[in-house]
Write a protein that binds this ligand. Structure first.
Ligand code: ADP
Length: 222
């Protein structure tokens, strides 16, 4: 309980701090990215890709932290979960091709949900970032959209490192990370957002084989 309390306090402080910093960093980051894109023709191609993907990485971190300060109640409206993913996948293009990771999307063309598109993007970001991190030597990420018994499902399967039982038990705890440069907030955010959408999260994983993260959301009755 004491540790839980300490973690909660840490989270509140970290949240306030993080949002402040994230807002400050976001604008210059956007400017730098824009300028770099503009001067692409004059840039060393190898450096261009690297700088671009590092900037994307910074953007990921910034948006991860922004969510900490967002109010609990998301603004729900009808959205297409697959279209929301499409908007986001571009962020991973550079990194994926550089790391030899193939990302495939299958299943139904549309997955209507009631939700907050920005929060859903956060979920995708964190899950995909983890899948990428689990594939340092390349591999596959399969994303599948399904409707089953009125439930809307999104499944992310990677054939990466996988997780030990201990990691699987602790995943989503604040600040739990096994990565030297991790912050252990990604899956906590995912859990929080999925719960606020009335959905559920299930994770299956095996060391050396890979991981399946499944999100299930209630259908809209149609
Ligand atoms: P972080 O990515 O900063 O470590 P997360 O909360 O996103 O924080 O993840 C917590 C931990 O869960 C990771 O450090 C990693 O050990 C494990 N994990 C999450 N997703 C995967 C995955 N797809 N494959 C293997 N391990 C994973």
């Amino acid at each position: 309980t004491e540790e839980l309390l300490r973690n909660t306090e840490k989270l509140v402080v970290a949240g306030q701090l993080a949002v402040g910093i994230a807002h400050e960093v976001r604008n210059p980051l956007t400017t730098v990215k824009g300028l770099l894109q503009y001067s692409k023709s004059r840039a060393e191609p190898a450096y261009y890709d690297l700088i671009m993907s590092e900037l994307d990485r910074m953007n990921l971190i910034v948006s991860e932290f922004m969510i900490l300060g967002k109010p609990e109640a998301p603004s729900h409206r009808p959205i297409d979960a697959r279209a929301v993913l499409r908007e986001l996948l571009a962020i991973f293009d550079t990194q994926a091709s550089r790391n030899g990771v193939e990302i495939a999307t299958t299943g139904v063309d549309e997955l209507p949900l009631s939700g907050d598109p920005n929060q859903l993007k956060q979920v995708y970001l964190n899950v995909l970032k983890n899948a990428m991190d689990a594939l340092p030597f390349g591999g596959r990420i399969d994303i599948r959209f399904e409707t089953s018994g009125g439930e809307r499902r999104i499944r992310f399967a990677d054939d990466g490192k996988g997780m030990s039982e201990e990691t699987l038990r602790r995943i989503g705890d604040p600040f739990f990370t096994t990565k030297p440069d991790g912050n252990g907030l990604g899956m906590m955010i995912v859990k929080r957002i999925v719960a606020s959408h009335g959905g559920r999260l299930s994770i299956e994983s095996e060391v050396g084989r890979g991981t399946v993260v499944e999100l299930a959301f209630p259908g809209d009755g149609s």
